[in-house]
Structure formats: C-alpha cells, structure tokens
Design a protein. Structure first.
Length: 632
C-alpha cells in the first residue's frame, strides 16, 4: 500500500561553488550544461539521526608477506574516537606501545601460521581479546565452494555452472560477514539474446566454506546479468542479514519448499519468460527459508509497453538498499530503464513486507516531465540533498526519499555511473555518468542535489565504461575518465593527465589514500608515465565478460582497505586477497559508513560498479568523519 507523505519544505541551499566550477570547465574547453534541460523538485532538511548498522567483530586478518605478517583489524563505528589497540600472538603482546595512528601492525619475522588477536584499549584499560585472525598464509584465503550439477536445456544444449557475483552479510548473527554467491549457468543470456538458460542458483556460505543453504530460482527465472539482482542486508534490525530476490513459480528455497507451482513452465520457444506470476521473496539468511513472498512490483503487464515485444526491455531489473527514513534500511526493487522505469520501495518489518512507495516514470504524476528512458545499467544510493535521508540516483534522473521524482537531466541511458564526495572543495556529493547514446553527452558531471550539469563532453559514441575516483595525488580531488576519452579530468572537466589503462573497477589496496585500478584479475597503481602492477591474482577468473569484474570487491575484513574476491578458474573456491601493505592512515571500517555499505549491497546489480563512501577518501583528505550509527 502506498503511504501518504507530508508536505515537503524547501531544501536548504547547496553547492555554493557550482557556478564557479562550471565556468572553469568552460575555460577548459568543456561545454558546461549547454542545451540541457534539467527538471527538479524540492527536498527537505532535517537533523542527523543514528542509522542502523551491522554489529561486527574486529575482522582481524594476518597476511603473510615472506618477511612477516601484516595484521589489520576494524576500527568500529561504535568504538571511542580515542581507542588504541594491542596486538597479541598466542597470548603474548608483540607491539611495544599501543597502536593509535592506524589499525594495522607489521610483525616482522613471524611465520605464516602465527595466531593473532587484538585487544582494544579504552581509557587506558585493556579490553577482552578479539576474534582470532583469519590467516592469509600465501597472500590469499580460499573459501571452498561446490558448483551445482549442470544440465541440459529443452533444446538439447548442455551447461555447467560458474561462480558469478557475490555479496556479504552477517547471515548467522555472529559478527562475521558471510558470503551470498550467485551461480550462473554457462548458457546465461543477455536479454537481447534468445535461447533457454539453466536455472540461477544462490548459496549462503560461511568464511570457512560451510554452506548454510542453497536456493534454486527455478526455470521461470531466466539467467543473466539483468535478471537476478539480489540484496543482502539486515532489514529488520534483528542482527542477522536477510536475502531478497525476485522469484517465480518453481523457486525452491533453502529448506526445499517450493514457491508457487512446482510444475509450471512459463518459458516460450525463445527461452524468454513473458507470462506467469512474478514474486518478491525475503529469505532467512541463516536457513534460506522463504519468510515472506509478495507480488513483484511492477508487474510486467503488456510486454510491448516496455519498448519491444520479444522480451528484451521488460526484464531489465535493478535493485538496491536505501535509508529512506534516515534511520533504517529499505529494499528497493526496480524494472525498466530504456523506456518506462518503475521503482518500488519496501520495508521488511515484523516478518512481512510493506510497500513504502512506488515511483513510475509513466504515471499521470510524472508523464511529460522527462523521467522516461533515463535509467542506467546500475543505480546509486546516497543522501544527495542533505536531508539525512537517501535518494535513488537512477541514471539521468533521481528519485527523492519519499518516492517523488527529484530531477532529470534528460540525457538518457548509460552503462556506468558514480555517486560520491568527488570534490572535497564543495559540500555534499557529486555525480559522474557516461552515456550509451551517440546523441547524448559522452560524459556528465552533475550536482545530484538538483540535477544541475556542471560540465559535459560532446556526444560521440556508445561510451561503455567510466570511473570516478582519486587515483592520482597530483590532482585535488577525484579524477573521472571513460573509454571514449584520452585524459583523466578534474572536477571542473579540465584534462589533467593521460587516460588510465582501464575503466572497469577500483580498489583501495596499498598504503596511501589514493585508489587503485582493478581490472580483470589484477590491481594496478596509476602513474603519469604508466601503471605499476601491485597484484596479479593466481589461478583466478573474472566475471561478466568484458566488464571483467571480480565476484566482489570491498572492505569486508581487516582495516579500511578493500579486499578483492575472485572465483578460482576451476570454480572450486572464492579466493580472497587482502592487502599486504602497511598504512599510517586510520579510518573507521567502511562497512559502518552506510552509503558505502549500501553500495557494497548493490554492487552485484546489472553492470557492477565499485562502492563509494559518503565522505572524500583520497589524497590530501581531511580526517575522516566518524559515523553516527546504532547496532543490534
């Protein structure tokens, strides 16, 4: 049911320097918003409140380097600002003085099997031992996985399974993150391709490889990058993560219970599923049991109303998690972006779904306002207007926390987008997007509070890749670049240096605060004369074709740097790499920055993109802010 919303007061002023930046972009030879129409509405201002976050353990890791072990751990959002730490090996303290400037310690000369714990020191009083360190004895940690049995489609095509996208959440409530892994058949299809596919399989897996459950989405959920976007998050605040997915007749939950009709087969001769019921199901993270199922919103309705009659555009789905009330997470499920776009927000409370609101670009409220056809192959979540509540940035448009359209640049569909604090000299967040259409700006740099375009590059082509992040300390703030450009650019659109060798993904890996290039099975450090290789994954494979993404990349263990998780080439393990580099920078675990955490949750959505925190993290950064959170 749709809940009525109170009147919206006028948004506070934001982005005092946007016009100055646009002028600088013009001086750099970049068109600043010329010819673009921006439609915008108003927002709200409110005081900050504590947000629900995960109750995490220390996440201690020990990474062996050959000359010793780098031990790192989490500075939790619930820790005091002045907390210090002692590091113990088998009960003996190894640091001379408490560690205060960082959350890592290099123990020289220690063997790879050394056992470590960490003790917090609060007000001069040492606290209890942490969990024991996860050991990366050869530079990586393998989590054993077991592929599902393959099969044969009705037209006689055999298939096997590959480990695909993964997500994390505390499925059992013990403070450690567990994996949720999507298995994709080798005959998975893009929506534009006809043909039968095998079933999509999803596993819940502990860090030691224990499989908690296996869910089979069944024959009536087609397999491919755009069909199954799964969200893993603690939506009800009970201390254990749930798993939300679109389901259908024949889905089998983690306890063997069938959803809908077990015998129904809604596939047509082209392998598409264009008939039959569609559901949204919330699964128990510990058992995989279906706890609640409701009709998927929006229903497909008339297939051709989404842009074609054969099933390409109607089954384009996106998903995310957002703090729409500013305090507790809501589930966001969406359909469509080439033409009509519909986004539904759900609360999961007390064991049931309640629909918070539905945004429909083609509704009578939004018709003619330029919201149709503005979606991307991913979405972003963050508080763009400074009211303490999250908005959904959905390609070339944004939807306010109450489900109303916030703005649209009318610049159409794109393959990649990035929302973050990219410009530390201005308050709030910035937004960078590339365009797929040859008639639209190749790159856009936008004020996401109101959709004002700070600068754009001229239309050129189907610009399929684009990134935003501070990869070079020689420029103030984050750089942006794309596959159609020959330079990295600054927040004003000015060219600042050569284009990096990749534009697929990012990762904080070494000891400084600039971010690294993650592409395929390697991590590189950007340099003005060329890249420096920091890591090449051993016997691993990337996912999603030319997108070349890992199963997952993010701050899931240790200090604030990001782990990278690839599948092994034989699909028998998830291989986790954690940084072996010391750092002198101390930042609260990024898992307790809720914008970063929701970004980690939507990372698996369609064309995977890296998460971004709510604050500027890069060269020359100020002291990172502490989060305002509450935990179960």
């Amino acid at each position: 049911m749709q809940h009525p919303q109170p009147p919206r007061p006028t948004r506070r002023p934001t982005r005092r320097t946007a016009r100055r930046r646009a002028a600088a972009a013009l001086a750099a030879g970049v068109l600043a918003g010329v010819g673009l129409t921006v439609t915008t509405t108003t927002g709200t201002a409110s005081a900050a409140v504590a947000r629900q976050a995960e109750r995490l353990d220390r996440g201690v890791v020990s990474v062996h380097t050959g000359t010793g072990n780098l031990v790192s751990w989490r500075w939790l959002g619930t820790d005091p600002d002045t907390v210090a730490f002692n590091v113990y090996r088998a009960g003996t303290k190894v640091n001379a003085t408490p560690v205060t400037a960082s959350t890592n310690y290099f123990h020289a000369g220690a063997p790879n099997h050394a056992d470590y714990t960490v003790r917090a020191v609060v007000g001069g009083v040492e606290q209890a031992d942490s969990v024991h360190a996860v050991q990366f004895r050869t530079g990586y940690k393998d989590v054993p996985i077991t592929p599902p049995a393959g099969g044969t489609t009705p037209d006689g095509v055999a298939y096997t399974y590959e480990a695909n996208d993964a997500s994390v959440g505390d499925l059992d409530g013990d403070g450690a993150l567990d994996f949720v892994l999507k298995w994709q058949p080798t005959n998975a299809k893009d929506n534009s391709q006809s043909g039968y596919t095998g079933n999509t399989i999803v596993d819940g897996i502990r860090l030691d490889g224990t499989r908690l459950w296996r869910i089979d989405l069944g024959r009536n959920i087609r397999s491919g990058a755009h069909y199954t976007q799964f969200q893993v998050y603690d939506y009800d605040g009970d201390g254990r993560a749930e798993v939300a997915m679109k389901t259908a007749d024949g889905t089998v939950d983690g306890r063997g219970t069938v959803i809908g009709s077990a015998s129904a087969d809604h596939r047509n001769s082209g392998g598409y599923v264009l008939a039959g019921p569609e559901y949204l199901t919330m699964f128990n993270g510990l058992t995989g049991a279906a706890m609640g199922t409701t009709d998927y919103v929006p229903a497909r309705g008339t297939v051709s109303s989404w842009g074609d009659s054969y099933g390409n555009r109607v089954d384009r789905f996106l998903a995310g998690t957002a703090y729409l009330d500013g305090a507790r997470p809501s589930l966001v499920m969406a359909r469509g972006y080439y033409t009509r776009s519909v986004i539904a927000a759900w609360d999961w409370r007390d064991g049931r779904f309640t629909r918070r609101w539905t945004f429909d670009s083609s509704s009578s409220t939004n018709a003619g306002k330029g919201f149709d056809g503005q979606g991307s192959h991913s979405l972003s979540v963050g508080d763009v207007d400074g009211d303490g509540k999250d908005e959904i940035v959905y390609g070339s448009m944004a939807v306010d926390d109450n489900g109303n359209g916030l703005w649209t640049t009318r610049t159409g569909h794109g393959d990649a987008q990035h929302l973050g604090d990219l410009d530390p000299s201005t308050a709030g967040l910035e937004y960078f997007k590339v365009s797929e259409s040859a008639s639209q700006p190749a790159e856009l740099y936008v004020d996401p509070a109101n959709g004002a375009v700070r600068w754009r590059l001229a239309a050129c082509c189907d610009n399929g890749r684009g990134l935003a992040g501070d990869i070079w300390a020689g420029n103030d703030g984050a750089e942006v670049w794309s596959s159609s450009d020959t330079s990295i650019r600054d927040e004003a659109g000015a060219a600042k240096g050569r284009e990096p060798s990749s534009a697929n993904f990012l990762n904080w890996w070494d000891g400084d605060t600039t971010r690294e290039l993650l592409d395929g099975t390697r991590i590189d450090k950007y340099g003005t004369g060329g890249e420096t290789r920091l890591l090449t994954g051993a016997s691993v494979a990337s996912n999603n074709g030319t997108k070349a993404t890992p199963a997952l990349s993010g701050d899931i263990l240790g200090d604030w740097r990001e782990e990278v998780v690839w599948r092994t080439a034989d699909n028998r393990a998830l291989r986790i790499y954690s940084t072996p580099h010391e750092t002198g920078t101390r930042i609260t675990t990024l898992l307790h920055d809720t914008m970063y955490r929701t970004g980690l949750a939507w990372q698996n959505t369609a064309y995977n993109q890296p998460p971004h925190p709510s604050f500027y993290l890069g060269g020359g950064m100020r002291t990172a802010p502490r989060p305002l959170i509450t935990t179960p």
